[in-house]
Design a protein around this ligand. Structure first.
Ligand code: 6PG
Length: 251
């Protein structure tokens, strides 16, 4: 089976078109999951790229196109800052999306980031996911991911032990992150790769080199953790704008 059998790459002309495409696919996957299973589980990405997609989802037509009471939101990684800190991925999602849509508070599962050690936060968040998905291994309907200039994704950074997290670990604690803030927790590749759908969002010419490396044939997961996203039984989609895709030779 081709390594890339379940990988699709779509290039949009600009960041606005990328945000619209991502929002449309979010809604389509959500409606399909609610139709099939009565609920939609999604892990949002951190960073700045998803902001525009969130803002599209928070407005008609997308806002009114799904039953937010059936949507359950997690985070693929979180920085160890207070939930109302501008650096918090939860805070960004709340400001750009969650406070604008009728999603019940109990459907929002922020990672714990206050008053406990990151290792304990990772353990607790893993328990939250296991309880939600019991009795099976957590399999999110959708995980959204960004791409760092160094090939990181979520808070899985090159050369760091979390990239090869052992055994069944679902969530890992990160210290001395090369991208501030320094302390984080992150989904592991085991958890990411068990998802039904993963969508990477990357925009801007500064991402072009990382996109070319990560989508290239030479695979080195340790130095390019985003290459470790290879779904066990799911669909992987890369949504790029033309600037981020400019170094790709797409047939
Ligand atoms: C984080 C993110 C991180 C991000 C990439 C891209 O918490 O920092 O999860 O993996 O997605 O660094 O960030 P930008 O979208 O800001 O370029």
């Amino acid at each position: 089976m081709s390594e890339h059998k379940q990988r699709q790459i779509i290039v949009l002309k600009n960041p606005a078109a990328l945000a619209e495409e991502a929002a449309s696919r979010f809604v389509k996957l959500a409606c399909a999951a609610v139709e099939a299973n009565g609920r939609f589980s999604v892990a949002l990405s951190g960073g700045s790229t998803p902001r525009a997609m969130h803002e599209r989802l928070a407005q008609p037509p997308h806002k009114n196109a799904l039953d937010w009471k059936k949507v359950h939101v997690f985070w693929g990684d979180e920085r160890f800052v207070p939930p109302d800190d501008p650096e918090s991925n939860f805070s960004m999602a709340r400001e750009t999306l969650l406070k604008h849509v009728p999603i019940p508070a109990q459907n929002i599962y922020p990672a714990p980031t206050e008053g406990i050690a990151p290792e304990e936060a990772a353990r607790q968040y893993a328990e939250t996911l296991k309880a939600f998905f019991a009795p099976g291994t957590p399999r999110l309907d959708l995980i959204l991911l960004g791409l760092g200039l160094d090939g990181h994704t979520a808070s899985l950074f090159p050369g760091r032990p979390q990239v090869q997290a052992s055994g069944d670990s679902l969530i890992a604690a990160v210290k001395n992150s090369p991208k501030p803030p320094p302390v984080r927790i992150t989904f592991t590749l085991k958890l990411i790769n068990n998802a039904a759908n993963v969508i990477f969002l990357a925009a801007g010419k500064e991402k072009a080199a990382a996109v070319k490396l990560v989508l290239g044939e030479t695979v080195d997961v340790i130095t390019r953790p985003a290459q470790g996203v290879r779904l066990v039984d799911g669909k992987l989609l890369w949504l790029l704008d033309s600037a981020a895709a400019r170094e790709l030779q797409l047939s």
